[in-house]
Design a binder for this molecule. Structure first.
Ligand code: GLC
Ligand code: CA
Length: 557
C-alpha cells in the first residue's frame, strides 16, 4: 500500500505525531486536594519527555461544574479552578515547548454546560428570544406540550429532551441534550455560535497551543425539522444513522476552523472524534480543507485476531490515504475499557465503552499484558499518528471494584444504575508502589488510596511508574525504546507500507528502510526471516522464533 507521502523533513509535524492523552483529573495532584491539576502535569513533564512522545492532548480543562468531567463547559476561555489558573496554563505551554513537546486541548462544540452564561440567559428569556436561539428549544408535543418534541435518545440513556420551568412558574419549552441533562446542545444554525467558537479558537491558538481534539465532531448539525429517528429502519440499514450524527452540513464548520488554523504559523492541528458509520465517511472529516486527523476507532472494537486486525488496518488506511490524510491509531482512551482487559477477554466496545466489562474472573493478566505490549508495538509501527492514553504505557488494567457510591460517570445515573460507565479507566495514575499520597498521585501524603477523587483498588501500585521507569523489560521501557527507534527511522510515521507474509495467525508488513513488523497471534511459534536483525520485541524471543502474542520489529537483510 502506498501512501505517497513526503519524507519526514518536508512534512508537517502532525502527520506522524505520537500523542499522549492526559486525563487531567487523574494525572497528578500538585496542591494536595486529591484532584489532578495543571501544575501536576508540569511536574511530570520530565517523565513525558523521557517517554519520548511528540505531543500531549489534555482532556477538557475549562471552567466547568464537572457533571461530565469537563465535557460540560461553562467558560471556554478560562481554566477550571480545581485545575489551576491561566498563569499555570501559560507556564505549562512554555515549559512543554521548551522540551519540544506540543500540547493540544479538547474542544467541546456540540454542547455547553447548563451553567454557561448563554444557557442561563436562555432559561431567563422568553420562548422565541435570541437568547433561546443559541440552543435548541422547542415546544413539546401533546395537548399541554408535556411530551418531548421528538423521540431522540440521549447517548448516556433516557430521552434527549428536558423540560424547563418558564418565568411564570409553569412547565414550558423543552431543550435538546444529546448527552447529559446538564449538557444542552448548541444551535449551529445560529451565526453567534460560529463566532463564539472562532473566538475560542483564537484565544487558545494565540497562546500558542498546538490545536484541538474536537469532541463529538460528527455532532453539532441536526437534520432540518428534527425528525423522529426511525428505529426500525435504522437497525435495518445502518445502526449508526441518526438525524443528528454525521450530517453533511457539519463539514462546513470544520472548513471554517481549518481556515483559522491555517492562518497560524505554528501549524496547529485538529483531530476529530467522529464516530461515523464507515471508514469512508470518517475520511470525509480529513479532506484537505477540513481537519488534520480523525481518530480511527476500529481498534476499540477489534478482537485480538490477525485476520480482522489486518482488515481493519487495510480498510481505514485505504480511505484516509485517498483524501491525502494520515491514518491515526487508538487502542485506548478515557471512554473505553483498558486494552489489557479487552484484548484478553475479547471484549468489544460497541463504540462507547458502555457495555459490560466481561467476566473479570476469566482475565489472564499475564496474557493480557503480552497482548497489550504486542498491540502497542503494532500501533507504533504503522504509518500516521498514534495515541497513547495515560497509563497505557504502564499496561494498567481496568479498575472494576469502584464502590457504587463512588461512581462519578453520569452514565451510572442516567442508565438507571445499570451501566457503571467509564470510571474504570479513569482511576488516578500510580506513580509509586508506595501507597502514600494515592501511590504518588497526590503531593499530599494524607490522600490515601480511597481519598483520591476516584478510589484506587488494592494492588494498584503493582504497575506503578517507579517499578517500571528505568527498569529493563518493563512496559514503559518498551514504549520508550520503540519511540526512540520510530524517531530514528525516516520512513516510520508517514511512509509506505506493504503487507508481507501475513497468515491467519500472523500480521507482517514492511516499511521503508527494510523495516518490518511481525505480530504473532499464536498459537504456534513463528520463525524470524533469515538474516533479519531484531530491533525490539514486545516479549523475549525463543531463539529464532517469535512466540505467541508477541510483536517484533526487524531490519530485513
Ligand atoms: C465524547 C467524550 C466523552 C464525553 C462526550 C460528551 O464522547 O470523549 O468523554 O462524555 O463526548 O461530551
Ligand atoms: Ca489538585
Amino acid at each position: 500500500m502506498h501512501t505517497n507521502l513526503p519524507v519526514r523533513e518536508e512534512r508537517p509535524w502532525w502527520r506522524d505525531a505520537v500523542t499522549y492523552q492526559i486525563y487531567i483529573r487523574s494525572y497528578a495532584d500538585s496542591n494536595g486536594d486529591g484532584i489532578g491539576d495543571i501544575n501536576g502535569i508540569r511536574s511530570r513533564l520530565p517523565y513525558i519527555k523521557d517517554l519520548g512522545v511528540d505531543c500531549i492532548w489534555i482532556n477538557p480543562w475549562f471552567q466547568s461544574p464537572q457533571k461530565d468531567h469537563g465535557y460540560d463547559v461553562a467558560d471556554y476561555m478560562d481554566v477550571n479552578t480545581d485545575y489551576g489558573t491561566m498563569d499555570d496554563a501559560k507556564a505549562l505551554i512554555k515549559e512543554a515547548h521548551d522540551l519540544g513537546i506540543r500540547i493540544i486541548l479538547d474542544l467541546v462544540p456540540n454542547h455547553s454546560s447548563d451553567l454557561h452564561v448563554w444557557f442561563q440567559a436562555a432559561l431567563n428569556s422568553e420562548p422565541g428570544s435570541k437568547e433561546r436561539a443559541r440552543y435548541i428549544f422547542r415546544d413539546g408535543k401533546g395537548e399541554n406540550g408535556d411530551l418531548p418534541p421528538n423521540n431522540w435518545e440521549a447517548v448516556f440513556g433516557g430521552p434527549a429532551w428536558e423540560r424547563v420551568i418558564e418565568k411564570d412558574g409553569k412547565p414550558g419549552q423543552w431543550y435538546l441534550h444529546l448527552f447529559a441533562v446538564e449538557q444542552p446542545d448548541f444551535n449551529w444554525e445560529n451565526e453567534e455560535v460560529w463566532q463564539h467558537f472562532r473566538d475560542i479558537f483564537k484565544f487558545w491558538l494565540d497562546l500558542e497551543f498546538d490545536g484541538f481534539r474536537i469532541d463529538v465532531a460528527h455532532g453539532m448539525w441536526k437534520e432540518k425539522g428534527l425528525p423522529d429517528v426511525d428505529f426500525a429502519e435504522v437497525e435495518l440499514l445502518d445502526r449508526h444513522y441518526r438525524p443528528y450524527w454525521d450530517q453533511e452540513e457539519v463539514h462546513e464548520i470544520h472548513r471554517d476552523w481549518r481556515k483559522i488554523t491555517n492562518s497560524y504559523k505554528h501549524d496547529p492541528m485538529l483531530v476529530s472524534e467522529a464516530w461515523a458509520p464507515t471508514d469512508q465517511r470518517t475520511a470525509m472529516y480529513v479532506r484537505p480543507d477540513e481537519l488534520h486527523q480523525s481518530f480511527n476507532f476500529s481498534f476499540l472494537t477489534a478482537k485480538w485476531e490477525a485476520k480482522s486486525l489486518k482488515q481493519i488496518i487495510d480498510k481505514s488506511m485505504t480511505e484516509v490515504v485517498k483524501v491525502g490524510a494520515p491514518p491515526s491509531w487508538v487502542w485506548e482512551n478515557h471512554d473505553v475499557v483498558r486494552k489489557t482487559d479487552r484484548l484478553d477477554l475479547g471484549l468489544q466496545n460497541k463504540g462507547k465503552g458502555l457495555e459490560k466489562f466481561g467476566d473479570p474472573k476469566k482475565l489472564n493478566k499475564e496474557r493480557a499484558l503480552l497482548r497489550a505490549r504486542a498491540a502497542t508495538l503494532l500501533e507504533l509501527a504503522l504509518p500516521g499518528g498514534a495515541y497513547i492514553y495515560q497509563g497505557e504505557e504502564l499496561g494498567l488494567f481496568e479498575v472494576r471494584d469502584i464502590p457504587e457510591d463512588r461512581l462519578e460517570d453520569p452514565i451510572w445515573k442516567m442508565s438507571g444504575h445499570t451501566d457503571r460507565g467509564r470510571d474504570g479507566c479513569r482511576v488516578p495514575i500510580p506513580w509509586t508502589k508506595d501507597p502514600a499520597g494515592a501511590h504518588g498521585f497526590s503531593s499530599n501524603k494524607s490522600i490515601t488510596t480511597d481519598k483520591a477523587w476516584l478510589p484506587q483498588s488494592e494492588g494498584w501500585g503493582e504497575r506503578a511508574v517507579d517499578t517500571q521507569q528505568g527498569v529493563q523489560g518493563s512496559f514503559f521501557e518498551m514504549v520508550k525504546a520503540a519511540l526512540t527507534i520510530r524517531k530514528g527511522e525516516a520512513g516510520l510515521g508517514d511512509g509506505e507500507m506493504n503487507w508481507i507474509d501475513s497468515t491467519d495467525d500472523v500480521i507482517a508488513f514492511q516499511r521503508p528502510g527494510k523495516f518490518a513488523c511481525y505480530v504473532n497471534f499464536g498459537p504456534a511459534d513463528v520463525v524470524i526471516p533469515y538474516g533479519a536483525e531484531v530491533l525490539i520485541s514486545s516479549a523475549p524471543l525463543k531463539g529464532e522464533h517469535i512466540p505467541a502474542d508477541t510483536a517484533v520489529w526487524l531490519r530485513l537483510p
